[in-house]
Design a protein around this ligand. Structure first.
Ligand SMILES: [Zn+2]
Length: 435
């Protein structure tokens, strides 16, 4: 029996009896030097003077980075194509024609003046996993797809095109590279006339896995190897307008003022107090503020400010919002002002699949790593893919929690560890019946 048949049979046995990983598969490791070397090579496309990258979606640097990624995918023996939405899709056949694909991937576009790890680790990691499988003749039951989603930083556009579809309005949005999404999709080799063909239905994937940097400082400060992501938090934003009364700052006594900025100060403090009053990882932010008319000698008559609430649990977010409303009623009374909240964004939370979480945790522990279950406070392509099937995310530490910055850094050993966890989670999922 040659090695290929041997592995094929093993995965078959594992699938039927859910046996623990075979000795040969469990010893499989990715090439850490290679994946880290590729991260360095990728960082040349769109390199900025601060040491990071500005590889905006639909820019020349994006195009060059994508060509580089496609070259690597071919080296990993994947059948490579660009779908109508401009996503790069690499395919590898599975042994069972009846199974839906296991999908792994991430993105290589960046924010302006971004770093070399956000998206890149998961993209290079996914290709490394495919190459490791190919080099070791490991056959999977499921087909494998490695997807590099286009324009993640502009609002998970490529994955949204696959999971939900793009509207005319979305196609006309102008992006950071000054092209509309429609122009951008064409620029990177997609075809906006055929977008309907890329939309997939729930159940069209067996599972989606994404390796990513944490972008926060929890794993780094607690010295934990691997984060098992419980889900991507829901994001809710409101524009908040506070109406008071603008009057002379010299002649109006303190007890006769309706100071909108004073009300705003109390409001900002109240948001912080409400959000920190219950245990959990929920966050609340007042991130912008403007006072009118904005002069030394005028009591502020109007303030435009904001509210942002994020959590994995939509009910908890609603509860926090209601508590903030109660506080606001008190502030209105004591300051003689009127608050108005207008919701501008409401992205529901996207929990990861409980079974996939367990498999990631198990794979990481068998490799000798420490793990922590945690939410993702940032958005990811995985939240879109969750429309189609079970998803899971693997986090590695971000040194000092810095991200979306040229100073973003993850240690090479953490990149290697995360890629090995991705490999072994994939192999375990291949032997698991998820649907
Ligand atoms: Zn990212």
């Amino acid at each position: 029996m040659n090695r290929r048949e041997f592995n094929l049979n093993l995965s078959y046995v594992a699938a039927m009896f859910a046996l623990p990983l075979s000795q040969s598969s469990s010893k499989l490791r990715v090439n850490g030097q290679r994946v880290n070397g590729r991260l360095r090579e990728l960082s040349e496309f769109g390199k900025n003077p601060q040491g990071g990258v500005s590889r905006l979606a639909y820019s020349d640097a994006d195009l060059k980075g994508r060509e580089y990624a496609m070259k690597l995918m071919r080296e990993a023996k994947l059948g490579v194509g660009i779908d109508a939405a401009g996503n790069i899709v690499g395919r590898r056949a599975g042994n069972d024609m009846n199974l839906k694909p296991l999908v792994i991937g991430s993105h290589i576009d960046s924010v302006p003046e971004g770093g070399n790890y956000d998206g890149d680790v998961g993209s290079m990691g996914a290709i490394e996993v495919a190459q490791t499988l190919a080099e070791n003749d490991v056959a999977l039951r499921h087909p494998l797809e490695v997807i590099i989603f286009q324009n993640e930083e502009g609002g998970t556009i490529g994955s949204h095109a696959i999971a939900v579809g793009l509207t005319e309005k979305e196609l006309n949005l102008v992006t950071n590279s000054r092209k509309t999404i429609r122009e951008g999709v064409k620029f990177i080799g997609g075809d906006t006339d055929k977008l309907a063909g890329v939309v997939r239905q729930p159940g069209d994937i067996a599972a989606y896995l994404e390796l990513h940097i944490e972008q926060g400082g929890i794993l780094h400060s607690e010295k934990i190897n691997i984060g098992v992501v419980e889900g991507i938090v829901g994001i809710n934003w409101w524009d908040v307008t506070i109406e008071g009364f603008a009057n002379h700052a010299g002649t109006t006594p303190m007890n006769q003022r309706r100071d909108a900025l004073l009300a705003a100060a109390k409001y900002i403090e109240a948001v912080n107090r409400v959000v920190t009053s219950v245990p959990g990882r929920q966050v609340g932010t007042v991130g912008k503020i403007q006072a009118f008319p904005g002069a030394y000698n005028v009591i502020p008559g109007k303030v435009i400010t904001s509210l942002g609430l994020r959590d994995l649990d939509a009910a908890k977010t609603r509860m926090m919002f209601e508590k903030i409303q109660l506080e606001v009623q008190q502030i209105e009374k004591t300051t003689g002002t009127k608050f108005e909240f207008k919701q501008t964004n409401s992205t529901p939370p996207a929990p990861t699949d409980v079974r996939v979480r367990r498999v990631i945790d198990e794979a990481a522990k068998q490799l000798g790593f420490t793990t922590k279950f945690m939410p993702s406070g940032a958005g990811h392509d995985a939240q879109e893919m969750a429309h189609l099937g079970p998803v899971g995310m693997i986090f590695i530490p971000s040194v000092d929690g810095i991200s979306h910055s040229p100073r973003e850094f993850s240690r090479p050993e953490d990149v290697t560890n995360g890629t090995n966890v991705l490999l072994h989670t994939l192999i375990k999922l291949d032997a698991t019946k998820l649907s």
